[in-house]
Write a protein that binds this ligand. Structure first.
Ligand code: PBG
Length: 310
């Protein structure tokens, strides 16, 4: 009766990994319980999400090595994995499920960085923006409901908003990965999209220092001013203070990405006997609601929704 917060399937966004093929499922070794699916399987997962009351899926392609290049041009192919999966879900389910597409070049570059490199190997902000806007348009044309730039380039939200407006995509939302930290918790994700082995160095020239919080507020303020409909803090649990500050200071929905390493730690902890799997999972998820989140991107989405449905 006096409980202040609750979790419902409607709070969850389910990240899904796409591979080429037909009827293909490839378990991700570092993410127990998570698989990469071919487009037909992705449509099945989207139906499962709809049936569970999950309002949105987030798509990430595992691009074949031969389609990766220095400039990540496969991101602009209207027939790439991401666009085919988006179209297939929209054809099958229409407005019954939302599709959120990730904007960044790391699933398409041969070097695993989110942007274009200078001769010296530095990720170049403004050149990257030109590609990201084209990538966003490509995804919106395929039917994406929410464009989610995860690249952390400066000025990308405004550039993407302009591009979408000029192409009459007035109703496509932007969820900005605004406060995205250069985190050690992304390892299993890079494995899942196949960029981990390619990445040399780190992403510290564009992702944030885990020691900073005022900077997160500046990043969020910029993205809102540039036209973001909602903002995201990533990773989740180690950054609940940032979520709380963002929710207190701004009047847009705030989302958390409970990232791959956070998920894998719960799995490993439960397997090691640290605690009950479902109890660990639910306690972490409701913490995001308590901190002020409107929703959570989580690899637990389907499992948690099943538990909530009883
Ligand atoms: C990259 C991207 C990353 C994640 C989502 N988009 C990893 C990175 O920045 O290297 C991580 C998600 C996760 O760990 O679950 N654009």
């Amino acid at each position: 009766m006096v409980r202040e917060n609750s979790l419902s399937p409607a709070d969850l966004i389910w990240p899904l990994f796409i591979i080429e093929g037909e009827g293909a499922e490839q378990p991700v070794a570092s993410l127990p319980g998570v698989s990469r699916w071919s487009v037909d399987g992705i449509v099945e997962r989207a139906k499962e999400a709809r049936d569970l009351g999950i309002p949105c899926v987030a798509l990430f392609p595992n691009t074949q090595p031969e389609k990766r290049s220095d400039d990540g041009s496969e991101a602009l192919n209207p027939d790439n994995l991401m666009c085919r999966a988006t179209k297939a879900i929209k054809d099958a389910l229409g407005d019954e499920i939302g599709v959120l597409t990730d904007v960044a070049l790391d699933p398409y570059t041969s070097h695993g960085q989110d942007g274009l490199l200078s001769d010296k190997g530095y990720v170049e902000n403004d050149r990257t923006l030109e590609v990201l806007t084209k990538q966003s348009l490509n995804q919106a044309n395929a039917g994406a409901d929410i464009i989610a730039p995860s690249d952390m380039m400066d000025g990308r939200v405004g550039a993407i908003r302009d591009t979408l407006e000029h192409a009459d995509h007035h109703n496509v939302q932007i969820m900005a990965y605004s406060a995205k930290y250069a985190s050690a918790f992304y390892g299993p994700f890079r494995d899942a999209v196949g960029s981990g082995g390619l990445l040399k160095g780190d992403k510290k020239t564009y992702q944030m220092d885990p020691a900073n919080s005022d900077e997160a507020i500046r990043e969020i303020a910029m993205d809102i001013a540039e036209g973001a409909d909602s903002v995201m803090v990533k990773p989740g649990l180690a950054y609940l203070d940032i979520i709380y500050r963002a929710k207190s200071q701004f009047d847009v929905p705030v989302y958390a990405y409970q990232v791959s390493g956070e998920y894998a730690l719960v799995k490993a902890g439960a397997a090691a006997g640290v605690g009950d799997h479902d109890a660990l999972m639910m306690e972490k998820l409701v913490a995001f609601k308590r901190a002020g989140c409107s929703g959570i991107l989580s690899y637990f989405a389907a499992d948690a929704a099943k538990l909530l449905q009883g």
